[in-house]
Structures are given as structure tokens and as C-alpha cells.
Write a protein that binds this ligand. Structure first.
Ligand SMILES: Nc1ncnc2c1ncn2[C@@H]1O[C@H](COP(=O)(O)OP(=O)(O)OP(=O)(O)O)[C@@H](O)[C@H]1O
Ligand SMILES: [Mg+2]
Length: 248
């Protein structure tokens, strides 16, 4: 089977820092590729260069659905089906939940189709499991979990072929992490393809079909999650501690 998304020999440097070095990864349609690695290992930079948001790679190739998108601009890549969330918080605090998602829809679909855009935004919030009675509440007054759901809904509203999630579970309680796990599995059951960066390893290993580990910008392990977390190089580079699976 041809992968839905494949990245070949992608590299990105910032001056002397080689943030991503010759990384090649791919994901099949309907699967989840987990990406782990210590702080500063190049995970978010990898998402940046795939989506060209905010910058592309120095070198490398990105193929989506058999089409080379390496030379396209970020909005064209988004339109072809790549949507991401950001690790840093990127909601508009003074806007309501629905208006936050509407901004994302309008940036992608254009203004002037208000009723259709509103319907899409509501659909995306519902899909993300956002509470129906809080669509009109200002995002800035909400707990971090709900703001994370708004960010995820803003990406889902673009109806992506591949969803890229950068640490959706950071700063959450164990109960909220479990809800993110349920959401990710729901999206997978609907056929969505997902790239998931996460430090919460039990979450990552419980949902991922494949797991990649970066260290100093280099891919140090890639394979089945259970095999990867048992790899001595991964334990040395990253885990360094006993691995505890999520209680089910
Ligand atoms: N815009 C930038 N300008 C300069 N250096 C950058 C920039 N973005 C990232 N870096 C550097 O590139 C390296 C990789 O950073 P990146 O944010 O991709 O790591 P990460 O794996 O996502 O880390 P974390 O787990 O902390 O989120 C780091 O050394 C970082 O300081
Ligand atoms: Mg990061």
C-alpha cells in the first residue's frame, strides 16, 4: 500500500542547530504515527516543515496522496488536507469557542458563506467533544482542556486527510488525558490519519500504529510501539525511567 503521507530526507537547521536531520517517515491512510523524543529533539520543527507553518524544510520531500507538495505554499498544503494544532496555545482568548473555529474555517473556505461555515464550525466542535452549551463562551475564561479542544476543532474544521497534533495532552490531568485518548481513537475509527507528537508515552503507545523517536533531530527508532519502547537506544535517549502503561 502506498502511504498517504510520506516525508523523505527532511532537514532543517537554525544557524548551527540542526533541528531536523534527514528524517524520513510515512503514514498509511487510517493509521496513527506517534512521534516521541526529548525536549528540543526536533518534533515540532518536523511538523513545521511538513505543513510549512511557519516555515518549510531546507531540503527534503513531502508527498501527500501521491502528490509532491514540497513546492506548495502553506495554505495550498492545508487545502490539500494537512491540518495541524500547535504546542503553544493558539486560541483567541476574547473570542467565543465557535468564533475561534469560525476564524479557522473562514481562513480556509473564505468569507461570504456564513451559514455553511457556521455549520462546519459547529460540526467540528461537536466532533471534538466540546460541550454544546459552551459554544458562545469566551475561550479565555475556559480551562486548558477546553481550549485544547477548541484548537483541535479548529484543525478538524478543515476536514483534513491528515491531522497533526502537537502535544494535545500536555498540561492535562490524567482524566483529561484519557478523554484525549478516547477522542483520538474516535477520529481513527472514522478513518482519519493522524501524526501525534506526545510526551505522555502511555497515551502515545496506546493509540499509535507506529512510533518514531527523534533525538537531536535524528530518527533513532521507528517501528511498532512495543518494540520501539523496548529499544535500548530509545531507553537511553529518552525514557531513562520505568515505562508504565495507561491503566484501562
Ligand atoms: N524558530 C526557531 N529558531 C531557532 N531555533 C529553533 C526554532 N525552532 C526550534 N528551534 C530549535 O530547534 C531545536 C528543535 O526544537 P523543537 O521545538 O522542534 O523541539 P521539540 O522536540 O518540539 O521540543 P519540545 O518537546 O520541547 O516541544 C531546538 O534546539 C530549538 O531550540
Ligand atoms: Mg515541540
Amino acid at each position: 500500500m502506498q502511504p498517504l503521507l510520506s516525508i523523505s530526507e527532511a532537514s532543517k537547521s537554525f544557524g548551527a542547530i540542526r533541528a531536523v536531520r534527514d528524517v524520513s517517515l510515512s503514514v498509511n491512510e487510517g493509521e496513527i504515527l506517534g512521534i516521541a523524543g526529548p525536549n528540543g529533539s526536533g518534533k515540532s520543527t518536523f511538523f513545521n516543515i511538513i505543513t510549512k507553518t511557519p516555515f518549510g524544510p531546507d531540503s527534503g520531500r513531502v508527498v501527500l496522496g501521491g502528490r509532491d507538495v514540497s513546492r506548495l505554499r502553506s495554505h495550498e498544503i492545508a487545502r490539500l488536507g494537512l491540518a495541524r494544532t500547535f504546542q503553544r496555545e493558539s486560541v483567541f482568548a476574547s473570542l467565543s469557542a465557535i468564533d475561534n473555529v469560525l476564524v479557522a474555517v473562514e481562513n480556509s473556505a473564505g468569507h461570504g458563506k456564513f451559514a455553511a461555515n457556521l455549520e462546519t464550525a459547529e460540526w467540528a466542535l461537536d466532533l471534538a467533544g466540546f460541550p454544546a452549551n459552551m459554544h458562545n463562551t469566551a475561550a479565555g475564561t475556559m480551562p486548558v482542556f477546553l481550549r485544547k479542544l477548541i484548537m483541535i476543532a479548529s484543525a478538524l474544521a478543515l476536514r483534513p486527510k491528515v491531522l497533526l497534533l502537537d502535544e494535545p495532552a500536555s498540561s492535562l490531568t490524567p482524566h483529561e488525558v484519557a478523554r484525549i485518548q478516547v477522542l483520538i481513537l474516535k477520529l481513527k475509527s472514522l478513518g482519519m490519519t493522524i501524526l501525534l507528537i506526545e510526551h505522555v508515552l502511555p497515551l502515545l503507545t496506546s493509540v499509535s500504529d507506529g512510533l518514531a523517536v527523534l533525538d537531536y533531530g535524528t530518527l533513532v527508532a521507528y517501528g511498532r510501539p512495543d518494540e520501539v519502547i523496548a529499544d535500548p537506544r530509545v531507553i537511553e535517549a529518552y525514557l531513562g525511567k520505568k515505562y508504565e502503561p495507561l491503566a484501562s
